[in-house]
Design a protein around this ligand. Structure first.
Ligand code: CA
Length: 493
């Protein structure tokens, strides 16, 4: 680090560090919704879906308008959020393409620096509650046995949640290393390959068609309509029993991922269907977390971040645009796939307002390290930028200059300034069908490279690649450099 840069950073952090010395490090809660689009939230423009608690967070905090998941699907974004590394740097299914099934081994190496480990070093109690989707064990996990290594081996003191997605078998809860309420006389069997005729393995669990087949574990299975209540209760309980120490809660609700089965309390509330009702259910969960902080008088010493792991899976519902003005849906390289809501509230530190800084969920590890003054080791969180100055409304001496995003099929695009470069438009739709789901139906087959000026054309309608060869070349070179260098963090460790 240059001496002047170091001085600048020190100057910008000094008031914070002084405050921390008197108040201690803040609790940190990251709430990561599932498939929640940029436009699903009231403070981002939704009118048909009511999200008063999330809107309240934005009213008292900072709302980012150019925040991105590192991928347009679940597993790779969650990997990057917890490790600060672009997932496609690892050659593993679920990281460089697609998402993990529940038969995946643990995808985060146990010797890797992680967001929860950074905070453990600073004396935090750490908990992960909700969707995991990052695998268990060293090979295909046996859900009747210890699920080790898992969240506890990559930095969490506590884990409660479910293995993969709410539409994937096995549909059971795991606490720490074990499936809970499992009757040994009714062991869990599961497969993601079609079983032979006559097998007891079934795709239908609780009358819903799932991804994969399972049998057994009947006493351990969750009820879809109770998922939000159960996960929220666990999150509130985690805060309650860790209120005396600084804590880090990674709360990953299943809302609003398919199958869209909200609790009866929320069913039909929006008139837009189950997915939209689940967004209101998620807002309720956020409200319960905030209410708990108020009740325990922890709100003033807690940084709360709300975001989503990728864009919404639908482009349009009646009078509602889940991904706001942005083109495309989950899994796609278009903005609707990866531009997500991102709100941060930290009373007394974060000045309420909006920020157009380019940030990524991959930035959380380096930012957390800066908050608690832990120095990242060489090579740790290699793609993670410290965005604490952005949160605090101060000039960032090392701002994120560009960001790489990945589709559900593992293809990349790069964002820099107003520009978005997609090297191969023929794969920009990820695994989603463009013609069925896109708001701007486009009969023309997309070919070649795409260059869009997002400041002037947020809907990515006009390809400017042909008339801007120099910008294209610059972004080709930049993307090559990001791919060929093991780190993008500046200053490099
Ligand atoms: Ca997701």
């Amino acid at each position: 680090m240059k001496f002047t840069t170091a001085l600048l950073m020190l100057a910008s952090l000094t008031p914070l560090l002084q405050a921390n010395q008197s108040k201690g490090n803040p609790n940190i809660i990251v709430i990561l919704g599932d498939d929640i689009g940029w436009g699903d939230i009231g403070c981002y423009g939704a009118t048909r879906i009511k999200t008063p608690h999330i809107d309240g967070l934005a009213r008292d905090g900072l709302r980012f308008t150019d925040a991105h998941a590192s991928a347009a699907v679940c597993t790779p974004t969650r990997y990057s959020t917890l490790t600060g590394q672009y997932s496609w740097r690892r050659n593993a299914p679920g990281l460089n393409k697609g998402v993990a099934n529940a038969d995946s081994p643990l995808l985060i190496p146990t010797d890797m620096e992680t967001l929860p480990k950074i905070l453990q070093q600073a004396g935090y109690r750490t908990g992960a509650i909700g969707k995991w989707h990052l695998g268990f064990g060293l090979s295909k996990p046996d859900y009747n046995q210890d699920l080790r290594p898992g969240p506890l081996e990559i930095g969490f003191d506590e884990f409660f949640g479910f293995p993969a997605t709410n539409d994937r078998v096995p549909t059971v809860y795991v606490r720490d290393h074990r499936v809970i309420n499992l009757d040994p006389a009714d062991p869990i069997a599961y497969s993601y390959e079609k079983p032979p005729a006559g097998s007891p393995l079934s795709r239908f669990v609780a009358s819903r068609n799932r991804i994969g087949w399972m049998s057994g574990g009947k006493a351990a299975r969750w009820k879809d309509e109770e998922l939000a209540d159960t996960l929220t209760h666990e999150a509130v309980s985690f805060i309650e029993h860790n209120q005396e120490s600084p804590f880090f809660l990674y709360f990953a609700p299943h809302d609003a991922h398919a199958p869209t089965i909200p609790h009866q309390r929320f069913k039909g509330r929006t008139g837009l269907g189950g997915r939209a009702d689940m967004v209101e259910e998620l807002d309720w969960s956020v409200g319960e977390i905030l209410r708990t902080l108020d009740r325990l008088k922890l709100a003033d010493e807690t940084l709360v971040i709300f975001s989503s792991d990728n864009g919404a899976s639908k482009a349009k519902e009646q009078n509602h645009r889940p991904n706001g003005p942005y083109r495309g849906v989950k899994s796609q390289l278009w903005e609707g796939g990866h531009r997500v809501p991102f709100i941060a509230r930290w009373p007394g530190y974060i000045t309420p307002g909006a920020s157009s800084s380019l940030i990524g969920l991959v930035d959380l590890p380096a930012t957390a390290a800066a908050i608690v003054s832990v120095e990242l080791s060489d090579g740790a969180a290699p793609d993670s930028f410290n965005i604490l100055p952005d949160l605090l409304g101060k000039p960032n001496p090392n701002p994120r200059d560009h960001l790489v995003v990945m589709s559900g099929k593992g293809d990349l695009a790069i964002l820099q300034g107003p520009w978005k470069y997609i090297p191969d438009l023929s794969v920009a739709d990820g695994w989603s069908s463009w013609s069925k789901k896109a708001p701007h139906r486009n009969a023309t087959k997309l070919i070649g490279a795409g260059l869009y000026n997002l400041a002037e054309d947020p809907g990515e309608n006009t390809n400017l690649a042909g008339e801007n060869p120099e910008t294209v070349q610059r972004l080709v070179t930049l993307l090559d450099s990001v791919q060929s260098n093991p780190t993008t963090r500046s200053p490099r460790p």
